[in-house]
Each structure stands twice: as structure tokens, then as C-alpha cells.
Design a protein around this ligand. Structure first.
Ligand code: N01
Length: 557
């Protein structure tokens, strides 16, 4: 639809427009509706679920344990939902989110298949007009961008894809009815979390698999298992205490981080600690010692442990050497969690190609040209990641004060106050935005904290008759400086990761998430609220008094 046609489209009015119906959007709708606000959720997908709606590739599952990766806002929901495995599969997460949408009668306020293309502030009465590609326009005082951090898939800039005669897929926009690779020769490009999860399963099905690796990653085994009745019962009973713990933890995970330095213990003790954490499976490895992400020597002890593990798992020493991560600190790229990834390279029908030795030059009609060799394949899977954290926001033409766009405001990298608000964009909030712990944390814990904080802020503002508030430039500058200072004190900035936007050509190199920890961040947000939303200024919104008088009694969902 053209911009002119969009401007002509009839307008509907609500208190809040929420963009996205994943974990964040669903929770925002439930929370705000419960406070008596009218809400419309606009979702591009044809179902709810966000990341779990799109990422249907084989082996897709969460690397946070199921009991910790669920909503806590309803004790009944926690009691009712029976997780089947330690790490939830995509199908189960999607079923869970569908259940949440039904259980809390959320669907009546969600419009599916609506891609938001613009959000324009009308400064005079401080309202947002949000337009969809499908031709609707919604007006709202408040705009909540629950657009996800990893929701804009990236294809590599390799020539020739349009000539490829086989089928190709991106892990993050996988066909809903699945793909059958039986009898096919398949190439997977990319060895981040999505590649590492899908490669073992694709290898099992395909007639042959080529793995095209540019950067080897550190991966820890999941040691996944089905949850028996007894274990599930115990986890459910412990849920409240676990969640309380995660809220003040560094990463939003239930496994306590060890406060010791990796360098303060003997080699034997260190080895025992790594071995214990390794056997716990999954992300608790990150908390093995306190200084792994701030001290290069400490970090190297973890890297060496991983190298030994990889060598022990892979039969062919040459392949094992290629799989060893090099040139960046352990953990500076997202640590992956796998089930049988390294072991897959012991199969005779799986070949690892190191693109550092020979580059991927082009896609040909019959396959991939690596160096001077053409490898014929029937299908290509791109596990090549996302335009992370800012991609979904930049894809929308968001215009704040003086018609200034978010793209302009963030041309040198994202700038936010607390990862929640942007100066010059009154009434707009981002959930798990840049400048908040976000992708460095258990997303559900961070999403809940953000949604509840935003809902409190909106309630507070409405009670005072201001209706809208806006981050000040000074508060934003100070927060950005703090976020950068914390990042600079870590090893995160030493890898070319998507945390820094390094995977997207031309994207400003800025470390986007806040590395100060979930607990410390929550405390800061709470202090800001307790001080009357320090760093925000009230924006008088004409019509606020009238609108409040018109409002019907709160609806309790
Ligand atoms: O994406 P990635 P992802 N030629 O960006 C390679 C979350 N997640 O979808 O590192 C060749 O990590 C690229 O190589 P390099 C999780 O937060 C979670 O796997 O740029 N290769 C890299 O190997 C995760 O971190 C879960 O050198 C190219 C890969 O593609 C995030 O999503 C599961 C290339 C991309 O890896 C993103 O993970 C899945 C090119 N031109 C995802 N361009 C769980 O919960 C890129 N690559 C478990």
C-alpha cells in the first residue's frame, strides 16, 4: 500500500498500540488490559509466538530451561502447564504461547498478519499514528515496541542465489509444514546457535551434509532430558523461589554464579569446576567463575577447557582443529548449547568446510562455489543470523519530535534511556531494547521486568494527569555512557559478534545490550521509578482529562 493510501485509511483509537505478539507483546496486552487500558496488538505473523512462531528449523529449542522460560504472572498458569523436557522445543513453546493467548482471552485484541510500516508522532496532541502494510491506521497515546531482538533474518551477501535450482531456506523463516531432506545433499551456511542446533538433525535425514563454517563457536552440551512427574513437580514447587533468584541474578538464570576468580584457584580445582558446570549442561557454564568475561587470562582457562572437549569429541584431528574457536575470547560471541553437534562430524556423510581457508565465492545453479571447487547440493540452509536488536525497529519508519526518524536518531548506533525509552519519542517504549540486559539474559525474566515497569510507568503518568512522558536527553546520554563504560570493561567488545552489529555490513559498531547484569539493572529501574521517574519529563497531553473521564471501569482479565 502506498504512503498516500495509508494516510487515507480510516483510523481506530486505543490507549496503547503494541507491536509484536511474542512473549513481550502477549504479556504487555494482558498487563495493560488488566489496568483498564484499551490495547491493540499488531503482529506480522499469522499466529502469536514471535520468535517461536518463525524459527521452526529442525532442532529449534530454547537454551534456557523450560521452567525458567515461562511467565510468572499467573500462578495458575505455572501450575497448569506441564513442560515435557528440560529445554523446551519450539513446538512446545509455540503451544504454550497459543495456550496463553487462549487462556487469557488475548486474541480479541490482537490483529495477525499486520506488518507495521510506520509510526508517526503527532506532536500537537502527543499521539502516535501507527500504519500497517495492510492498510490500517491506529492512534494511541502509548506505543510499545515488542518487536523482538532477533526477528529480522539476514541472508549473506553472496552472489548467485537467484540462479540456484534447488531449494533454499533461512532457519528463521522456516516453512510451517517442515522440510524433508531425505535423500538430498544439503549445505548449511553458518555455525551459530541455529546452525549448531539444526546440523545434527539435518545430517540424520540428508544423504550428505556440507557445513560451511566461517567462525567456529563454543558450544556446551544441553544434556537435555524428558521431565518426569517427580522432577516436574519439584520444579513447579520451586518455581517462585527460582524466579525470585533469577530476578536479582546476573543473567536471569537459576544456576548461581560462582563468585571466585578462575585464577584464584588451583588448576585442579578449576578443572573440577568446569567439569561440574559442563555436566550441568547448558548456560550455567557461563557462571563458572566471576571473571571469565572481564579478564583475558581467566577467559583463556575456559577456552582451553572447551578446546580439550572438542578435541575429545571429534575423531578426525584435522576436523577437530577446524572446529576450535580462535581469535576471540570465550563467551564474547553467544555460547551455544547443542545436542550432538560435535559428534555429527564423526559421520562419514558430513563434511566441514572452513571458509577461512577457502571463501564461499558464489551460489551456482547446482550448489556452492568454495574457493575453486563447486560442491553440488540439492538444498541450502542459511543459518546466518539476524540484524539483531535494532533491525526490527529500523525497519519501521518511526518519526518522533520535529519529524525526526529513529533511523536518524540512531544513525551512529542506538541510544536509549534504560533500553526502555528514547529522547524525542514521547510515549514510545521498547521492550528489551538496546541498553538493557536483553539478549545477555533469560529473555522471559527481562521481558516481564520491562513490561511491568512500563505498565507501572503508564499508570503513574495517567494518575497524574500527564498521560505521556519522555526520556530527557541528559538522562539518555548518561545512560549510554554508562552502558558503554560497562561494555568496555568486559571482553565482549573483542569479538565480531552480532551484539556489536558486526554481522551487518555498514551497521555502526556499538555494543548494544547492557552488560551490567539483570539484578543491578532491575535495581536501577526501580530506583528511577521510586524517584518519580527520574530522567523522564512529563509531557502535557491535550485531552488527557477528558479521556480519563470517559474511561470505563478497569477490566480485570
Ligand atoms: O545467528 P548467528 P543464529 N558466509 O549470528 C555465519 C539466538 N538463538 O541464528 O560468526 C558464511 O549467531 C556466521 O559466521 P560469523 C541466540 O541468541 C537462540 O545462529 O559471522 N557464514 C555465524 O556462524 C543466537 O546467538 C537459540 O563469521 C556466514 C552464523 O552465520 C542468536 O539467536 C537458537 C555469513 C550466524 O550465527 C543468533 O543465532 C537459535 C557468510 N556470508 C538462535 N554470514 C536458542 O535458544 C553469516 N555467517 C538455543
Amino acid at each position: 500500500m502506498t504512503q498516500d493510501a495509508q494516510q487515507q485509511a480510516p483510523q481506530q483509537e486505543v490507549d496503547v498500540v503494541v507491536v509484536g505478539a511474542g512473549f513481550a507483546g502477549l504479556h504487555a496486552l494482558h498487563e495493560l488490559r488488566g489496568r483498564g487500558l484499551s490495547v491493540r496488538v499488531l503482529e506480522a505473523g499469522h499466529g502469536v509466538g514471535g520468535t517461536w512462531y518463525w524459527n521452526r528449523y529442525p532442532g529449534a529449542r530454547c537454551d534456557v530451561e523450560s521452567t525458567d522460560y515461562q511467565f510468572s504472572f499467573s500462578e495458575d498458569l505455572v501450575r497448569e502447564w506441564r513442560w515435557s523436557e528440560r529445554y523446551p522445543r519450539q513446538e512446545e513453546l509455540l503451544r504454550y504461547l497459543d495456550h496463553v493467548a487462549d487462556r487469557f482471552d488475548l486474541r480479541r485484541d490482537i490483529s495477525l498478519g499486520r506488518r507495521v510500516v510506520s509510526a508517526v508522532l503527532e506532536e500537537e496532541d502527543v499521539t502516535w499514528t501507527v500504519a500497517t502494510e495492510q492498510g490500517e491506521r491506529w492512534r494511541a497515546r502509548w506505543l510499545i515496541m515488542a518487536t523482538g531482538c532477533l526477528s529480522v533474518p539476514r541472508l549473506p551477501m553472496v552472489p548467485g542465489l537467484e540462479d540456484f535450482r534447488g531449494d533454499w531456506y533461512h532457519t528463521a523463516s522456516w516453512p510451517a509444514d517442515g522440510v524433508d531432506f531425505t535423500g538430498e545433499r544439503v549445505a548449511v551456511v553458518g555455525t551459530g546457535s541455529s546452525g549448531i542446533q539444526s546440523i545434527p538433525l539435518i545430517a540424520e535425514q540428508a544423504a550428505g551434509l556440507l557445513v560451511l563454517q566461517r567462525t567456529a563457536n563454543y558450544s556446551v552440551p544441553a544434556f537435555d532430558h524428558e521431565l518426569g512427574e517427580e522432577e516436574l513437580e519439584r520444579l513447579q514447587q520451586d518455581f517462585a523461589a527460582r524466579r525470585e533468584f533469577t530476578r536479582s541474578s546476573a543473567l536471569g538464570l537459576a544456576a548461581p554464579a560462582d563468585p571466585r576468580s578462575a585464577l584464584a584457584v588451583s588448576e585442579e580445582e578449576r578443572r573440577t569446576q568446569y567439569e561440574t558446570r559442563w555436566r550441568m549442561g547448558g548456560l550455567p557454564m557461563i557462571g563458572a567463575f566471576a571473571d571469565l568475561m572481564v579478564d583475558r587470562a581467566a577467559n583463556e582457562t575456559a577456552a582451553a577447557f572447551f578446546r580439550d572437549k572438542i578435541r575429545a569429541k571429534v575423531d578426525d584431528p584435522e576436523t577437530a582443529e577446524k572446529l576450535l574457536p580462535r581469535g576471540y575470547p570465550w563467551g564474547a560471541k553467544r555460547v551455544c548449547v547443542d545436542s550432538g553437534y560435535y559428534e555429527t562430524f564423526n559421520r562419514s556423510d558430513v563434511t566441514l568446510i572452513d571458509l577461512n581457508e577457502q571463501p564461499l565465492r558464489r551460489i551456482t545453479p547446482r550448489g556452492v562455489l568454495v574457493g575453486e571447487t563447486e560442491h553440488e547440493v540439492d538444498a541450502i540452509v542459511f543459518a546466518t543470523g539476524f540484524d539483531a536488536m535494532t533491525g526490527a525497529l529500523m525497519a519501521i519508519d518511526i518519526r518522533g519530535r520535529d519529524g525526526r526518524s529513529l533511523r536518524q536518531a540512531w544513525s551512529a548506533g542506538p541510544k536509549t534511556y534504560l533500553g526502555l525509552a528514547v529522547a524525542g519519542f514521547p510515549g514510545l517504549f521498547t521492550v528489551t531494547g538496546p541498553g538493557s540486559p536483553s539478549v545477555l539474559s533469560n529473555m522471559v525474566v527481562s521481558i516481564e521486568q520491562h513490561v511491568e515497569w512500563i505498565a507501572d510507568a503508564i499508570s503513574w503518568s495517567r494518575e497524574r494527569g500527564t498521560e505521556v512522558f519522555e526520556a530527557t536527553q541528559e538522562a539518555q546520554e548518561a545512560w549510554v555512557e554508562h552502558v558503554n563504560a560497562v561494555a568496555d570493561s568486559t571482553l565482549f567488545t573483542e569479538a565480531n559478534s552480532w551484539y556489536l552489529g558486526a554481522n551487518v555490513p555498514g551497521k555502526p559498531r556499538v555494543f548494544m545490550p547492557y552488560a551490567g547484569g539483570v539484578g543491578a539493572y532491575r535495581q536501577k529501574c526501580d530506583e528511577v521509578a521510586a524517584a518519580g521517574y527520574e530522567g523522564f519529563r512529563a509531557v502535557p497531553a491535550p485531552g488527557a482529562e477528558r479521556r480519563r473521564a470517559d474511561r470505563s471501569a478497569p477490566v480485570v482479565a
